[in-house]
Design a protein around this ligand. Structure first.
Ligand code: EPZ
Length: 427
């Protein structure tokens, strides 16, 4: 088993290059199934969710060729099944995007209920509402497998009762080759929604309005080959910005789209950071004490829920009392128990957490309970006095490419250590 071992206290400095966006690439890779020719996808991050998505495509018969570490060619013409490998599907949340892609391409799909991070119930009722509106019939859940069929998909209007990234993606995928116009109202507006729409249009689809709360998709008969580069990861960038602030460092975060970071930049400046925006980079400095502030996570362009654990670490070190209100998930404070092991003073009550800032965190053995909680533990370890060992790093490596190498280049004392199974059992 592997862990990260972090010796805290080093100020991060230098430059870090942000990788392609996880939540964009896990939607774009299934979308290749909709194409009638091979596609080339560039700037893909080397993370396990990408490996899983590519393995799912290969298992379905697609020809997947790595051109280089961050570029892949996929030929979907040899896909021979409407079923997704069960074991692979359960290792990530985004495997359910293959439902929309398969429905859109061949009118039927058999996909296991997805896995992914646990923050309470993660329903898919809005996905099913969209598929049914387009004319698909869903069969009763069989052994945890979702099965849908449609003789042909007809465009329709779908109102999303809750703003849902996943439902917006899945309905877009099912609609691009449906007959007629589909209108998604109250659609998600995240950068990765816009990236998916741009990719679909590069293949010849007709998707308009992505990035607003009304997306219109006019079905087309044919999608041609495309070469497409994934946008930079908004959340990876925000995580490194938070690391710079946590260590009172001076970091140039390169290969970003500053507009995607506006809510994160505003909150970090409110806490006392100095952030200089350039065309495709932000420079983050913080020398003085952190100021307390309040955070409410919202759909884009609000403060992203996927940055909530990371900002929580900063608030545990900020002078005074701060409050986080989690506006998206019912239970996204599981990282707080781990943070308390390091001396944080936090009270959680449902969707609200109250932080009493402490002078310092103290290194301790902690657990990554999900992807962003794991990133938060790394931030806490970088800032803490002493040694922190982070267990469960498989979660972290689902979403952060080369995190140990990137942090080492910034001056962090972080190493991946191997713990023999026997020692783990006796732990
Ligand atoms: C996506 O999850 C992201 N994952 C999550 O990021 C992110 O936290 C979330 O969007 C919100 O931004 C990927 O993109 C792979 P939702 P998703 O559907 O699509 C409710 C990370 O760390 N809802 O936007 O599953 C739901 O319960 C991950 O990268 C329904 O009620 O989230 C939640 O309260 C973690 N019915 C709200 O909508 C549905 O059918 C938003 O969920 C679907 C969702």
């Amino acid at each position: 088993m592997e862990k990260y071992r972090i010796c805290g206290g080093n100020r991060l400095s230098g430059a870090v290059d942000i990788s392609g966006a996880k939540n964009a690439v896990v939607a774009i890779l299934p979308a290749v199934i909709l194409c009638d020719e091979p596609c080339v996808i560039e700037n893909i991050p080397n993370i396990s969710d990408v490996s899983t998505s590519l393995n799912i495509l290969s298992a379905m018969g697609a020809k997947v060729r790595r051109i280089d570490r961050n570029t892949v060619e996929i030929d979907p013409r040899s896909v021979f099944t409407n079923e997704v490998d069960h074991a692979l599907a359960r290792t990530m949340r985004a495997s359910y995007y293959f439902i929309g892609a398969l429905l859109g391409k061949c009118g039927s799909a058999r996909v296991p209920l997805p896995g992914g991070c646990w923050f309470g119930v993660r329903p898919i009722d809005l996905h099913l509402k969209g598929f049914r509106a387009l004319g698909a019939q869903d069969l009763p859940l069989d052994q945890g497998v979702i099965e849908l069929h449609a003789d042909h998909l007809m465009g329709n209007s779908v109102y999303l009762d809750t703003v849902s990234v996943g439902a917006t993606v899945n309905i877009m995928l099912a609609a691009v080759r449906a007959r007629g116009m589909t209108i998604i109202e109250n659609a998600a507006k995240e950068p990765h929604i816009v990236d998916l729409a741009n990719f679909l249009n590069t293949m010849g689809a007709d998707v308009r309005g992505a990035g607003t709360d009304v997306i219109k998709i006019r079905g087309v008969q044919h999608l041609h080959s495309a070469t497409y580069s994934i946008i930079p990861d908004q959340i990876e960038a925000g995580t490194y910005m938070a690391m710079a602030v946590a260590t009172h460092g001076d970091v140039l975060v390169r290969n970003v789209i500053p507009k995607h970071l506006e809510s994160i930049t505003a909150k970090l400046e409110e806490m006392g950071a100095t952030i200089e925006e350039m065309d495709d980079a932000v420079r983050v400095r913080c020398s003085g004490p952190l100021h307390h502030c309040n955070v409410k996570t919202m759909p884009h362009p609000g403060f992203p829920t996927d940055m909530q654990p990371q900002i929580g670490v900063l608030l545990s070190l900020a002078e005074g009392t701060s409050v986080i209100t989690e506006g998206i998930w019912e239970n996204r404070f599981r990282y707080v128990d781990e943070l308390r092991r390091m001396g944080a003073e936090v009270q959680v009550d449902g969707k609200t957490a109250v932080f009493q800032g402490v002078k310092e965190l103290v290194g301790a053995p902690v657990e990554a309970v999900d992807l962003r909680a794991g990133a938060a533990m790394v931030i806490a370890g970088l800032a803490a006095n002493g040694i922190t060992e982070v267990d469960g790093i498989g979660y972290i490596e689902r979403g952060y490419e080369d995190i140990v190498e990137k942090l080492t280049r910034l001056g962090a004392d972080i190493r991946r250590i191997y713990v023999p199974e026997a020692q783990v059992r006796n732990a």
